[in-house]
Write a protein that binds this ligand. Structure first.
Ligand code: URA
Length: 311
């Protein structure tokens, strides 16, 4: 990975940790050296364009790509290279009307609606996909994540990258498999970092309030169709999306506690990406204790072995 890419990935990760409520991080000597190198690195002129982080092509680069962007490029202030190049002026959130039919037919109608949504599609680069939820329509447990990342937007499925692999392990440790639960995201498109010129660059940014508000009817409708026994919000952004922006200051305030969304008990736990980057027994134990709470409340059997995983 180039130094520039490492730096972008680092700032992306720091932003995520901050949104999770982390206030300090240990920095290794190797990372400090890489940072220093990055600060003194001057790319050759032909490489001054933004990195192309995935095979997807920017919708702004290609005249034939999809419907017009529902935002206005005019008049916004551009601060630094990681600020979104355009201020989104999204239309009001969609009103979801589903057929008066059985669960599967309603779910399929909703999926068609989301995958065909012009706003979602306009925010997805050519070759990438809008991402809708997956899993069992009879799931007792519904995991809600933040937004698709690079792998997810390419495969059109939530949690298929490194965070998804950890989520799969967590689900397996609960005695379930991925097909028995439901997995969705607050956002249906990848909130990708862009340069000041609007070109995509490596890494995601946290979704804006407006973006989350736009996609909220879609996750709400999935929840209302599935009617799981329990919702699990993965991380601060998913929690903000479901409980509201101002409902807490740091994830520590809400994690491990029961809340409610659409009349369904909701437990907040750490995002798997946070656990990947904060690989401590303390964090893993806290997340596992959250999942034990979920299992108990969902009426799933809990063995002594499962109870003692982190003892
Ligand atoms: N992180 C999320 O929150 N959702 C995904 O789908 C992938 C990573």
């Amino acid at each position: 990975m180039s130094i520039r890419s490492q730096l972008l990935a680092l700032s992306d990760e720091l932003r995520r940790l901050k949104s999770e409520g982390v206030r300090s991080v240990a920095v290794s000597e190797r990372s400090l050296t890489a940072l220093r190198q990055a600060a003194t690195y001057v790319p050759p002129p032909e490489k001054r364009v933004s990195v192309s982080p995935s095979p997807c092509v920017s919708a702004t680069d290609s005249p034939e790509s999809g419907p017009a962007r529902p935002w206005s490029p005019a008049g916004e202030k551009r601060k630094g290279s990681v600020a979104p190049a355009m201020v989104p002026t999204l239309p009001s959130p969609p009103v979801v009307v589903l057929p008066d039919a059985d669960k599967r037919a309603r779910w399929m109608a909703l999926r068609d609606l989301v995958l065909g949504d012009a706003v979602c599609r306009a925010n997805v680069r050519t070759g990438c996909q809008v991402v809708f939820g997956v899993g069992s329509l009879e799931a007792k447990i519904f995991f809600v994540g933040e937004a698709p990342g690079a792998e997810e937007e390419q495969r059109g499925e939530p949690f298929v990258g490194p965070a998804g692999q950890l989520l799969n392990k967590m689900i397996k440790a609960m005695g379930l498999n991925r097909e028995e639960v439901y997995i969705g995201n607050i956002m249906n498109w990848r909130p990708q970092l862009t340069t000041a010129a609007g070109r995509p660059q490596l890494g995601n940014r946290p979704p804006t309030s407006e973006e989350m508000a736009y996609c909220l009817p879609y996750i709400r409708a999935q929840i209302e169709i599935i009617r799981p026994a329990i919702l699990v919000a993965l991380g601060a952004t998913a929690t903000k999306g479901l409980l509201g922006e101002g409902s807490f200051r740091s994830i520590g305030e809400v994690r491990g506690r029961w809340h409610s969304f659409a009349g369904i008990p909701l437990l907040v736990t750490y995002h798997p990406s946070y656990l990947l980057h904060n690989d401590t027994k303390r964090a893993k134990r806290a997340a596992w204790e959250d999942l034990l709470r979920v299992m108990e409340r969902a009426g799933l059997p809990v063995s002594d072995k499962q109870r003692g995983f982190f003892r």
